[in-house]
Design a protein around this ligand. Structure first.
Ligand code: SAM
Length: 274
């Protein structure tokens, strides 16, 4: 069958190990995936040494993603998802969750790392409603104008823009708030923004130590204060319960201890464009 992913002219080659770690592959290490190299495992081990809860945190992030996508697809009638910095295929991918609720839901995955496209192809061979695009969110206009994105996403209709676990890979000087604002201004009223981020913990050293490991070994990984994270949602109406530790966002199961670093290190929220 013909793959329905983008860039069909390019050969289906998984990028070689060039000795440089990438965020997509280090995250794959945290999720116990198989698509990572020794250099990614080295960064993963250094990160786990300062914050052993990171694997648990990655699972909380994936669990919130599934809760939000399910809710928006099943209860809010959202039929389009633009998943920016989508990462490698794992369990509970956005298109699987959204299309379980609504088989016609359209999903475009965007990631800077070509390994995501290479692995996405196989998964999406027979899915006309899903595409993978290799692009850089630091150029949001180019994503909005990308023909592959536009072939599935109609920007005249509400869309859920997902920036899940990616804005901490955008440095301050690369203007994460400006990127969000460009996307916010490009989508219609009734669209949703779903964002999660590393969060600076004022009562423990681990968040700053992890930032140091990531910035020095990966080149990205900004740990931002709760106030900085609230600013991502400027101009949007936050859904309850606001920007909160991931397991506390409309949990399926009661969270018995919300004081741990594993629960608190990442926070996220969902907001609607008025
Ligand atoms: N969104 C997924 C999740 O939350 O489970 C994956 C998050 S993973 C931690 C971050 C992803 O963002 C990686 O796959 C990385 O390649 C991607 N990324 C980092 N910088 C990017 C950029 N400037 N443009 C597009 N993708 C980027």
């Amino acid at each position: 069958p013909t793959p329905h992913t983008s860039e069909q002219d390019k050969p289906d080659i998984v990028p070689l190990d060039d000795g440089v770690p990438t965020a997509a592959r280090v995250y794959d290490v945290m999720l116990d995936g198989k698509d990572n190299y020794a250099i990614d495992r080295k960064v993963g081990e250094a990160s786990l040494a300062v914050m052993p809860e990171l694997k648990e945190i990655a699972l909380h992030n994936r669990a919130m993603l599934a809760r939000v996508v399910r809710k928006l697809a099943a209860e809010e009638g959202i039929t389009q998802f633009l998943d920016l910095g989508s990462g490698l295929p794992t369990v509970g991918n956005t298109h699987e969750v959204a299309q379980a609720a609504n088989p016609d839901a359209k999903v475009v995955y965007v990631d800077i790392d070509p390994i995501v496209l290479a692995h996405g192809r196989a998964l999406l061979e027979d899915n006309d409603n899903t595409k993978v695009v290799t692009a850089d969110i630091r150029e949001p206009r180019a994503i909005l104008d990308n023909p592959d994105v536009r072939s599935l996403i109609d920007f005249e209709r509400p869309v859920c823009v997902m920036l899940v676990g990616i804005l901490h890979h955008i440095l301050d000087e690369e203007d994460p708030n400006g990127i969000v604002a460009t996307l916010r201004d490009a989508v219609p009223s009734g669209s949703y923004f779903f964002m999660t981020n590393f969060t600076r913990l004022s009562d423990s050293q681990e968040s700053e130590e992890l930032e140091h490991v990531l910035l020095s070994q990966l080149g990205t990984g900004r740990v931002r204060t709760p106030q900085e994270l609230e600013r991502y949602f400027d101009g949007l109406e936050l859904l309850s319960p606001g920007v909160v530790p991931l397991p506390l966002w409309r949990p399926d199961e009661l969270v018995t201890d919300a004081t741990t670093i594993g629960v608190r290190f990442m926070t996220g929220g969902v907001a609607r464009k008025p």
